[in-house]
Design a protein around this ligand. Structure first.
Ligand code: MV4
Length: 488
């Protein structure tokens, strides 16, 4: 087993990985930015190193991180999610420097990162894919011809995209004309590659993902599914396990397809195979996430398996603790993401100081967070403050428990998504399990949230938030105080 793991991440997932390492008697080395110096994951790690410059670059500095790992005697690196998690170059650089990357092989990351390549691999492995193109679109004429063949609406997707980036729905020829160039140039800017393909756009599907665990001995297992249909602008807000729309037979069939998908790329870590499931319960492969995910907690709660520990053990060459016939689902789990965002204002980020904090507890409640009273939420990172995961034996019990947990939660000083999430827990459609990917857009009024048609509004709002924050940081304290008391 590893002696010391460097955690190339921050926030709640860094703390989650530290907890797993502690139980495995592995020393932990955190890296952090200046603004993260006083946070819980830094305090809880055995050692911590400041890596600059600025709030973001250190977490992305491949060679600095590898140097640090070597210098401090770490033998493995866990990337968490985001940042370097799905960076094949980083995984390769770890390997080249005799450090174990706690994740899949660079080759698996690369293959799944190319969405067109992934579609080809899945087709060959007998995993159903969404009807669509198997090669990049060469011209607008090409695109129009194919759209006529499969019928509108169609979806344009950047081959190097993923997680909801580089996507456009086209309802007709005019929209296809308009969006083809846009997606192409956006893809070039965001991912460095302008390859774009097309799929039939499925209306109101469920977003169902299967958790995979695999080791270096050829064992590949699935841990059942999560229903992540409740998203806003491709940001997941609530995830559940198991899905209310799957039965044992479909779960088995999708689980086997996910295992085939992972096996096709010799997968040997924790990963997730995403599917769309339509109203007729046909399922189609979307993409594979080659990392630990935010919502892994719901799967842990219903299987009792510590996915992060299994991931570390697998990277160290150990066998999976449970094979498929030893994996069972028990009860229902729901995860709510507590974000520093204002649901009343298009979920704009709300950085600032947490002036009081009381977290829920009791039977069946789990908190994965990185915050405390006095914590200052920085504007530079994603706005996830904490995750509440509940488990109960029945669906309605889980919904009631989540409502109770959210009701107990006290976070003052910054606006959060808690009031919005409480409304969802009281919505009859949610209580009855009636939701798919159209849920948020079709419940805007019921959930008391305004729709935001103009995506630019949010960009401007975020820019304003960052500007206000940096003004606060640079202004002398005395002046700041005077200004505040004058203004209020
Ligand atoms: C789709 C789709 C429907 N048809 N592709 C969104 C995130 C990324 N992983 C893929 N996504 C989707 N791809 C086809 N061919 C629906 C989604 C989707 C979605 C779309 C609109 C609003 C919310 C959504 C939530 C999850 C998935």
């Amino acid at each position: 087993m590893f002696k010391k793991v460097l955690i190339a991440n921050r926030g709640e997932i860094a703390l989650r990985i530290i907890r797993a390492c502690k139980e495995l008697s592995i020393r932990t080395l955190a890296i952090h930015s200046e603004v993260d110096a006083a946070t819980l994951f830094v305090k809880n790690a055995d050692e911590a190193c400041l890596v600059g410059p600025g709030p973001i670059e250190g977490y992305l500095n491949i060679y600095r991180i590898i140097d640090l790992a070597k210098q401090k005697g770490a033998d493995a690196i866990h990337p968490g999610y985001g940042f370097l998690a799905e960076n094949a170059e980083f995984a390769q650089a770890c390997q080249d420097n005799n450090l174990t990357f706690i994740g899949p092989s660079p080759k698996a990351i690369r293959m799944m990162g190319d969405k067109i390549a992934a579609r080809k691999i899945m087709k060959k492995a007998g995993v159903p894919i969404v009807p669509g193109l198997m090669a990049p679109i060469q011209s607008l004429g090409d695109a129009e011809g194919f759209a006529n063949k499969i019928g509108y609406p169609v979806m344009l997707k950047a081959s190097a995209g993923g997680g909801g980036r580089g996507l456009r729905v086209c309802n007709n020829r005019d929209e296809l004309k308009k969006f083809f160039q846009i997606v192409r140039s956006e893809a070039k800017i965001a991912f460095g590659k302008d390859a774009v393909f097309m799929e039939k756009f499925l209306l109101s599907p469920h977003h169902i993902e299967i958790q995979i665990l695999a080791d270096k001995h050829g064992n590949v297992t699935h841990l059942g599914e999560r229903d992540c249909s409740i998203q806003r602008r491709h940001q997941k807000l609530i995830e559940i396990a198991p899905s209310l729309m799957l039965d044992d037979a479909l779960r088995e069939e999708m689980g086997r397809a996910a295992v085939r998908a992972a096996s096709a790329v010799n997968y040997d870590s924790a990963g997730t195979v995403e599917f769309l499931v339509d109203a007729n319960r046909n399922f189609y492969f979307l993409e594979m996430n080659t990392r630990i995910q935010v919502e892994h907690t719901v799967t842990e709660e219903v299987t009792g398996i510590d996915i992060v520990k299994e991931m570390i053990r697998a990277a160290a060459g150990q066998r999976l603790s449970q094979l498929q016939d030893e994996i069972f689902l028990r009860g229902y789990a729901i995860e709510c993401r507590i974000n520093a965002e204002d649901p009343q204002q298009q979920f704009v980020p709300t950085p600032g100081e947490i002036t009081s904090y009381y977290s829920p507890g009791g039977f069946g409640i789990r908190i994965d967070g990185n915050i405390y009273k006095g914590y200052v939420v920085p504007p530079y990172y994603d706005s996830l403050l904490a995750k509440v995961t509940v488990r109960a034996m029945s669906w309605s019990g889980a919904v009631q428990r989540m409502h109770r947990a959210l009701d107990e939660y006290v976070i003052r000083g910054v606006k959060t998504t808690i009031p919005f999430l409480k409304q969802v827990m009281q919505d009859p459609d949610f209580e009855k399990g009636r939701f798919d990917t159209s849920y948020i857009d079709s419940h805007l009024e019921k959930l008391n949230i305004a729709s935001a048609e103009n995506g630019m509004d949010k960009v401007i709002a975020i820019a304003a938030v960052i500007a206000a924050h940096s003004r606060k940081e640079t202004r002398p304290l005395g002046k700041e105080r005077r200004k505040k008391s004058q203004g209020r």
